[in-house]
Write a protein that binds this ligand. Structure first.
Ligand code: FES
Ligand SMILES: [Fe+2]
Length: 471
């Protein structure tokens, strides 16, 4: 389309108020991280559908992307004591994450050095004093050093120098245990630098897994990620959000080829709504289901106050009481808005208090048409008292609703709507007579960045951020 009345692609912006305008309109301090914008035009070529359905392309991704990038394998809270272990799988690769007697977290390839048997089952976790293969009993210490071979007289060629478990790199940040299958990959701190800069202050190590749902999806891993990288689909897919979500105003930031972000304001009507709600109605609509928890005094709208300011006051009060934590350090946008960070390839972090979620999205097995989406609520630990145990994951199939796993019905409906889209999209990739998908310049820029970063890894680049200004 070459309509000369349209703005040039490089400055594409919605005609409605921007997120920055909404944040500043509140008249309250906006933290520096949320007061900045980092958009740049990344091109407008179509993205070939073959990238989502072609087995050979998928196999290259498994080797060159998933085999060389940092992925969070578990939380430290999953393995708090010496001897605690958990298995993390990606494609054919199974990784055993173990806390040693020296309290150091290590990872080993989950395969016996005798005849290859998986030492622990996929999806399993537990506690042990030593790592022992079920087949013939070869045994290693928690650091992966070979300790015992039954009938060792018959295998003098097997010793610690040759038959230790293969180690996998581990790095820690914010209570997350990251692994990288590439011994030569740059350090995690470089890889995650913008995420650490923006999110270190949330002290994720002081949060715990309140709930954990594993959902099987009938779509390619990138399609699953893409559904959460943009807010463009809200007006069509999730119309129930429009009364109090400024979807089209959502701000998209490319912080690096690895880390991107969006900020979407709640407590403001969508410009797609025929008639915007007034401030009173915004408050009423936003409090549905929580009305009886609210102290009426907090609802008084002061002079010049927006619905957002009132809602922030109410949410801070409710959340503080329910979760017995002090949220006074959180600015308004961090309380009410959806601030969504993505760290390539699998991690999505929403540090805000209204939806303190953590997503992990990765291929399921070796099928380009399947992925696993994990939806975790990562709550602040209550101040004082013991740290809560992390919730056990609840696995649901593609056709089961999130409500069956106990998710709040309002949220469950939203995620169920996404599931249906993803199934239809993956099927549509296969029947399309158009070679690829077309992306919007601004609202889908994070989708494009995802593909650019995949391409960099497929080209063999190990620091895709190194060409950025300042690197
Ligand atoms: S295969 Fe593991 S001990 Fe033999
Ligand atoms: Fe969605």
């Amino acid at each position: 389309m070459n309509d000369m009345s349209l703005p040039p692609a490089t400055v594409a912006r919605a005609p409605s108020a921007s997120t920055q305008e909404i944040l500043h309109r509140d008249g309250r301090p906006v933290p520096p991280s949320y007061a900045r914008e980092d958009y740049r035009f990344l091109g407008d070529a179509d993205i070939p559908f073959a990238r989502y359905i072609d087995q050979a392309f998928f196999d290259r991704e498994m080797r060159d992307v998933w085999g060389r990038t940092w992925q969070w394998a578990c939380r430290e809270e999953h393995i708090p004591e010496a001897g605690d272990w958990i298995v993390y799988d990606i494609g054919d690769t199974s990784v055993l994450v173990v806390r040693g007697n020296d309290n150091v977290v290590r990872a080993h390839i989950n395969s016996c050095t005798h005849r290859g048997t998986k030492i622990f089952d996929s999806g399993a976790s537990g506690s042990t004093r030593e790592l022992r293969c079920r087949f013939h009993g070869w045994t290693w210490d928690l650091a992966g050093e070979l300790k015992r071979v039954p009938s060792h007289w018959d295998a003098p060629h097997a010793c610690a120098a040759t038959h230790n478990l293969a180690s996998v790199r581990v790095a820690l940040w914010g209570g997350f245990v990251f692994i990288n299958l590439d011994d030569g990959a740059p350090p995690l701190e470089d890889y995650l630098a913008p995420l650490i800069a923006h999110c270190d202050r949330y002290l994720f190590e002081n949060r715990y897994i309140e709930s954990h749902i594993e959902k099987e999806l009938n779509c390619n891993w990138k399609a699953a990620l893409e559904a959460f990288l943009e807010n463009y689909h809200t007006q069509e897919t999730h119309p129930q959000l429009l009364p109090a979500n400024a979807d089209e105003a959502t701000q998209y930031d490319i912080l690096s080829p690895i880390v991107t972000r969006f900020i979407t304001a709640n407590g403001v009507s969508s410009p797609h709504l025929a008639q915007a709600l007034d401030e009173e109605m915004l408050i009423e609509t936003s409090l549905v289901g929580a009305r009886d928890m609210v102290d009426p005094a907090l609802l008084k709208v002061g002079p010049g106050e927006t619905a957002r300011v009132v809602l922030v006051r109410v949410m801070r009060d409710i959340l503080g009481r329910v979760y017995r934590a002090d949220f006074s350090d959180y600015s308004d946008t961090e309380v009410i808005d959806v601030n969504h960070f993505y760290a390539f390839p699998s991690m999505m972090l929403l540090p805000g208090l209204s939806l303190p979620a953590l997503y992990r999205i990765r291929p399921l097995g070796n099928d380009p048409n399947k992925s696993l989406f994990e939806l975790i609520m990562l709550r602040e630990c209550p101040s004082g008292g013991p740290r809560p145990e992390p919730a056990e994951p609840i696995r649901i199939t593609e056709t089961q609703s999130y409500a069956e796993a106990g998710l709040d019905p309002f949220l469950a409906e939203i995620y169920d709507q996404d599931t249906l889209n993803l199934r239809a999209q993956q099927e549509g990739f296969r029947t399309s007579r158009k070679p690829g998908q077309t992306l919007l310049n601004y609202q889908e820029v994070r989708v494009r960045q995802l593909h650019l970063t995949v391409d960099r890894y497929l080209e063999g680049v190990s620091r895709p951020w190194a060409n950025d200004a300042g690197e």
